[in-house]
Design a protein around this ligand. Structure first.
Ligand SMILES: [Zn+2]
Length: 261
């Protein structure tokens, strides 16, 4: 009897371990050569993840894994070149000299593991690096939203707010443009989300209502895709409207500065 129980427990544990690994984000170390100084760095690449990432609470900032993970931001331990993980390998050669000059102005911190350097610190270096790379407004809007997310998580409320205000300015001008590449329904979602995180719930609610009234449209999309996106976004919007008034609302993803340390 005891043996049987032990066996079934083992089977259960094995099942739990296996099913857990299926639904887990995993990372694998990989060697990268820095395009600036040829320094060998070990960074983490994504081993596995699933569609469950689209339901993580970061959806309330319209941000998804891996932007929400500190592992995404690679930093060379020698010259401190910092990029998104997908840019490190294909850094434009013609920009190396300009970026070298920028990196020479930053405070050099010694480290062995890139992901032990504060995410906010790496984002600040990234901002300078990409400042040399001719990125468009939409690129910067997302970058600022990512900054807002990580500053908020770190309890740096003022810096989170400044980044989110910049992001919101861009969203406003995209909405005014009328020919934005981003679907209007999503622009309203992002605008409302930013306002919620900027403590303007009335403004957020007005944007979510506008989003619900705006049909999802995207050039070249098939009717099935449009229908799915419309239903998915409406569900997300109704969910946001419900949770934003709860005590533990999406904003609680930001660490209370009064409770840090
Ligand atoms: Zn380097």
């Amino acid at each position: 009897m005891k043996k049987k129980l032990t066996l079934s427990l083992c089977a259960l544990l094995l099942f739990l371990v296996c099913s857990n690994s299926v639904s887990a984000i995993t990372w694998i170390p990989k060697e990268f050569t820095c395009p600036i100084d040829n320094e060998k760095n070990t960074f983490l690449v994504v081993g596995s993840y699933g569609s469950y990432i689209y339901n993580y609470p970061s959806k309330y900032q319209w941000l998804f894994f891996p932007d929400t993970s500190g592992n995404n931001f690679y930093m060379c331990k020698k010259c401190h070149l910092t990029t998104y993980m997908w840019d490190f390998d294909r850094f434009p050669k013609q920009k190396i000299e300009a970026v070298k000059k920028v990196l020479a102005t930053i405070e050099q911190e010694k480290f062995t593991k890139y992901n032990k350097v504060a995410v906010t610190k790496r984002l600040e270096v990234m901002e300078k690096v990409y400042g040399e790379l001719d990125k468009d407004e939409i690129w910067w809007e997302r970058f600022n939203r990512i900054k807002g997310f990580h500053y908020g998580k770190a309890g740096e409320a003022d810096k989170a707010r400044a980044a989110r205000l910049k992001s919101l300015e861009t969203i406003k001008s995209e909405l005014n443009k009328g020919n934005s590449k981003t679907p209007k329904k999503i622009l309203y979602y992002v605008s409302g989300a930013l306002k919620h995180f900027l403590n303007d719930d009335a403004g957020a609610r007005a944007d979510f209502d506008k989003a619900l009234q705006t049909r999802y449209a995207k050039d070249g999309a098939k009717s099935g895709e449009l229908k799915n996106a419309e239903a998915n976004l409406n569900q997300r919007l109704n969910d946001y409207i419900k949770v934003m008034y709860e005590e533990k609302n999406p904003r609680s993803a930001d660490r209370d500065p009064g409770h840090s340390h």
